[in-house]
Write a protein that binds this ligand. Sequence first.
Ligand code: ATP
Ligand code: MG
Length: 563
Amino acid sequence: MSKTESAPALDFVRSIVEEDIRTGKYGGRVHTRFPPEPNGYLHIGHAKAFGLNFSIAEEYGGLCNLRFDDTNPAAEETEYVDAIMEDVRWLGFDWGDRLFHASDYFDQLHDYAIELIRMGKAYVCDLSAEEIREYRGTLTEPGRNSPDRDRTVEENLDLFARMRAGEFPDGARTLRAKIDMASPNINMRDPVIYRILHASHHRTGDKWCIYPMYDFTHGLSDSIEGVTHSNCSIEFEDHRPLYDWFLDELDVYHPRQIEFARLNLTRTVLSKRRLLRIVEGGHVNGWDDARMPTLAGMRRRGYTPAAIRTFLKRVGVAKTDSTIDIALLEHCVREDLNRTAPRVMAVLNPLRVVIENYPEDLVEEFEAVNNPEDPTAGSRRVPFSRVIYVEREDFREDPPKKFFRLAPGREVRLKHAYLVTCESVVRDEGTGEVVELRCSYDPESRGGKAPDGRRVRGTLHWVSAAHALEAEVRLIDYLLREAGPGDEGADFEDLLNPNSLEVLTSCRVEPGLADAPPGARFQFLRQGYFCVDSVDSKPGSLVFNRTVSQRDTWAKIEKSQGA
Ligand code: ATP
Ligand code: MG
């Protein structure tokens, strides 16, 4: 096994799960869940969360539910619900018949709330949102009791019933848990558990005008579903006492909440709220723009589920937050595509080359191996003729030292084809720019081998001008520019990279790519990995996204760290 594939050491979440299996805590059962709020598309951070939950279920013969946290009626959209399901499936996970919604439990949650009121553990409070905040105190000062805290059970039952019946406007009253306004944990200072909101819900319609809060809903939903291990990101650590409080007070089945570190990535925005701003601000063309760190964006860009899963394995699961270098993710993508993507020739910035001593109407076909890393990938034939295109940056009139590509008088190898020598250049009369190279070829060098064994260092990719297809290529760069000194307080919109997308419209690719289906991935020799854009590419007008460049900065980082 290579280093990337080797089984990760047992992380702390799996250690807990194994211990609970050993002691028979939940009868040996393992049951997890992934609870996204359908208010945006999933990003790579969510993939860490659902990857962990689904993988743990798989590894220990358990189950994992998909549960939409749809407690907030205002924000939910079916577009997000559909996208979330597609993305979870795309990464290779399956919730079987266990698709749930927090809203499935609204009736039962309402009953639980009444039970808390009856026990004297919840009360209706008339303070406004702002007053509640004022009364809550701070990290260093205790809060103050609400004037309504000592309402009788009867009064609370009556007011809560009237809240539900729609007698009060939005925000007029709340139902709060009666815990401890002096708790050092602010989450325990009589948190709101129900609010009034006269809004239609995408599943329950107008049945409710009061909606339960997340903290109340979440643990009880876990309990109702028989979840054993409720794995969530670290910001919920301070909410765990509250999670436990509801379950203990109501004396119901009690799952265990475990918090793990969030995934942070360099040069990447991983906050749904901010990603929404990027989409709505028109900085990208939608949630599935190939620059987005969403799974939909990564899919469109050409990332593979296998590469993302390898990445998540290598990142692992820990308790403390850290920021992962995005070069690691790109390295995993490269590693996967190196094995699986056919290699083809594409010229991104074409420079015309005429091979003067090559017969006018001759076309030869050269055998080209599709992927030397994959013996089953076979080979194809690539046409060659008198006029070809090479990469503009592969020619220099005044080549610097160690530039082994084309220059006046210099001989290079055309991959799979012949050795050619640059004899002269043709310039645009107006601008003086080099617009064409005139070359000669060595007819004895078929396949690119020097007949006398002379040393030819440079090997260039090329396409035959008469046969190549025109294509658009989108070079994708990071969404965020490298933060510099003085950027600390900057609005994140100011940190957006203005050059995150460069579109090249007159690229030329091998004729064999004419039928490449949407999403097909290739290595463009010497350029990196590219995929056919699944939205904008059409037969006859091909569009490619650069998935990842050729240069592996992570391999370099690893080497320098002696890893
Ligand atoms: P917001 O709270 O702004 O809506 P969110 O990213 O927390 O955004 P949720 O839909 O609540 O959105 O997230 C679903 C699950 O994904 C949560 O359990 C959360 O712990 C987890 N999650 C979200 N972001 C990350 C991340 N960067 N790394 C790991 N887990 C994450
Ligand atoms: Mg959240």
